[in-house]
Design a protein around this ligand. Structure first.
Ligand code: DOR
Ligand code: ZN
Ligand code: ZN
Length: 398
């Protein structure tokens, strides 16, 4: 668990310099110039960039129950290949994660594998039935539970969402909202997102609960969040790489929320620039070819996230690499309560080594995920993950 990285361009949300990083016992010990240490593995990162690993606020690993699409091991390996060492998992497994049994099963598997730090969400409503919150009492004393979510469907009933927010507040949980009014899903997916974004930001103001808006994708939704955040500090939001990079005229790949118009994408990117967007969440949603043909929405995201964000946001000149590190590492780690996201003594020794000049062509056959569902096949982006280190251990190497 000891490593010395030499001669790297060291970048996190607040620094960008050429130097060295020493990790001891899995923790960052020293950051600076001309560091040395006897009898330790040394990685020469000359010409390469070292950043804190990425942390994902939103992914689907499908275990238990849907492991023909993905499982915790393949999902974790996909994360590592994408430079991620922390992932928050949604509750739409089979069964839905509404019980201690399912939650413990995921946690045990995470511990057994010891690849990536996971945070498993519990559902807001029992089995996603939209009504029953009684199971939440079983988790009142769960020290590790950070977030609850019905992502995949959302909570339709406003009174239930209000009660859920009160419970979340009592227990200090974040409530992660998949904003979709299903009454509008077949009619107008923009209205579907906007209405629920208005409702949930309003309820968060009323209750004071910690609300996290998932995969924000419309110009109206981000403007409601912008306004709410000006007044209150209990709201955060994430955007996905695909909603930043694609417009529906170019590639209307099936995903929920759908790929939007140019003006929505521009509004989202502006909100990233302005500091309104807190973080990137991949919404990694693995499906088989068969399931995609039957209409399952979503795409895998962990292995392409950095290159897409780096190319669309940093190479394009919209934001700095520091700001990208803030939204992919610092802020996501903070939201999930992980001791990661910065290259500073005392933080976990979780680092990603990147070749920013390298152009990569997306080839889904190289994915470590079980799934291949990506709209980015054959597309070229800058920025290759060369190595992912977690707690001082190299867990992925190109
Ligand atoms: O595209 C999506 N896929 N949106 C969701 O809300 C769920 C997800 C999934 O689980 O496949
Ligand atoms: Zn969702
Ligand atoms: Zn999702």
């Amino acid at each position: 668990m000891n490593i010395l990285i030499k001669n790297a361009r060291v970048v996190d949300s607040s620094q960008d310099f050429n130097g060295d990083i020493l990790i001891e016992d899995g923790i960052i010990k020293e950051v600076g110039l001309d560091l040395s240490k006897e009898g330790i593995e040394v990685i020469d990162a000359k010409g390469l960039t070292v950043m804190p690993t990425f942390i994902d606020t939103h992914a689907h690993f499908r275990e238990p129950g849907l492991t023909y699409k993905e499982d915790i091991e393949t999902g974790s390996r996909a994360a590592l290949r994408g430079g991620y060492t922390g992932v928050c998992l949604m509750a739409n497994t089979q069964p839905i994660c509404s019980s201690k049994e399912v939650l413990e099963r995921v946690r045990n598997r995470e511990k057994e594998l010891d690849l990536v730090d996971l945070h498993q969400c519990v559902s807001v409503t029992k089995g996603f039935n939209g009504k029953d919150l009684s199971h939440l009492d079983d988790f009142a004393s769960d020290e590790r539970l950070k977030a609850i979510s019905d992502d995949g469907v959302g909570v339709m009933d406003s009174e239930i969402m209000y009660e859920a927010m009160n419970k979340a507040k009592e227990n200090n949980w974040i409530i992660m909202s998949h904003a979709e009014d299903r009454g509008f899903s077949d009619i107008d997916m923009t209205m579907a997102e906007n209405i629920m974004t208005l409702r949930d930001t309003y309820l968060a103001k009323e209750t004071g609960a910690r609300l996290h808006m998932c995969h924000v994708s419309t110009k109206e939704a981000i403007s409601y969040i912008r306004e709410a955040k000006e007044e209150y500090d209990n709201i955060t939001c994430e955007v996905t790489p695909h909603h930043i990079c694609l417009t529906k005229e170019v590639n209307n790949y099936r995903v929920n929320p759908p790929i939007r118009e140019r003006e929505d994408v521009d509004a989202i990117i502006k909100a990233i620039k302005d500091g309104v967007v807190d973080c990137i969440g991949t919404d990694h949603a693995p499906h088989t070819k068969d399931d995609k043909e039957k209409g399952s929405p979503g795409m895998v995201g962990l292995e392409t996230s950095f290159s897409i964000c780096y190319t669309s946001l940093v190479k394009s000149g919209a934001i700095t690499l520091n700001r990208l590190s803030e939204i992919m590492s610092k802020n996501t780690a903070k939201i999930l309560g992980m001791n990661k996201g910065l290259i500073s003594p005392g933080f976990d020794g979780d680092l990603v080594i990147l070749n920013l000049d390298k152009k990569i062509k997306v080839d889904s056959n190289e994915f470590h995920s079980k799934a291949r569902n990506t709209p980015f096949e054959g597309m070229e982006f800058y920025g290759e993950v060369k190595m992912t280190i977690r707690k001082g251990k190299v867990l992925y190497k190109k």
